[in-house]
Write a protein that binds this ligand. Structure first.
Ligand code: 13P
Length: 253
């Protein structure tokens, strides 16, 4: 953790969640008590079909919502796309961009992700820009180089600390139960912080929240959150269980 930075725990529901599952969000809200509120920010990124109702269900809870992706386009003939302004209109405060599932399954490159982050900012959303290496890249000793290239290509210049979140999610740790060692996370997050200084300036970089994501569970959250320069978590599977998500938030607090 970075002492001067208020941590953020964000849940990425991915393509999970029907109306009935809003009960998960309301259960998280019930468990987000005064001591947690004093220590950690929470956000839930449901599928866009649930964004409006999830935001409404969370009114008064101080839990933010976010989209999982946005179009690079502002509006128009782009069937199936959802614009950043639409997400904001539905109540979102954040938007995940560049998740590895988008990079891999939808061929999104760094330039596209940067354009999406810029589109998110135009709509006053805070982009959560995801970076992370594959297993092969780590085994080849290229993890740092890959992530630094992703950062350089996908993070817009000139954002302030409050307008940007970075999530380091090693692809091989997502949904697998595997996690990097604390030392590997520390090395990567330090490199991210120092490279960000070149992109957004030293002052902004010092305050940007750097989340770790990939198989974060109540059992490993405390260890991961105690690593230097880890300012919260981007949680997939465990964010679909209110008690687990809250336990991870407590580990951050
Ligand atoms: P898991 O927590 O299920 O590994 O997913 C991580 C993730 O991809 C969050 O964006």
């Amino acid at each position: 953790m970075t002492r001067s930075i208020r941590p953020l725990v964000a849940g990425n529901w991915k393509m999970n969640g029907l109306k009935a599952d809003l009960a998960i969000a309301t259960e998280v809200a019930r468990g987000y008590d005064a001591s947690l509120k004093a220590a950690v920010d929470l956000a839930i990124c449901p599928p866009s079909t649930l964004l409006f109702t999830a935001t409404a269900a969370l009114i008064g809870s101080r839990i933010a919502t976010g989209g999982q992706d946005c179009s690079v386009q502002p509006a128009g003939a782009f069937t199936g796309e959802v614009s950043a302004a639409m997400l904001a209109d539905a109540g979102a405060s954040f938007c995940i961009v560049g998740h590895s599932e988008r990079r891999t399954l939808h061929g999104e490159d760094n330039a596209t992700i940067r354009a999406k982050a810029e589109a998110a900012r135009k709509a006053l959303l805070v982009p959560i820009i995801c970076v992370g290496e594959t297993q092969g890249e780590r085994e080849a000793g290229k993890a740092l180089a890959v992530v630094r290239r992703q950062l350089k290509g996908s993070v817009p210049e000139g954002l302030d600390a409050a307008s940007l979140v970075i999530a380091y999610e090693p692809v091989w740790a997502i949904g697998t139960g595997l996690t990097p060692t604390a030392a590997d996370v520390a090395e990567m997050h330090a490199a991210i912080r120092s490279d960000l200084a070149r992109i957004v300036g030293k002052n902004a970089a010092a305050g940007v929240r750097l989340l770790y994501g990939g198989s974060v569970k109540p059992s490993n959250a405390a260890e991961l959150m105690n690593v230097a320069n880890v300012d919260g978590a981007l949680v997939g599977g465990a964010s679909l269980k209110a008690e687990e998500f809250l336990a991870i938030a407590r580990a951050c607090a």
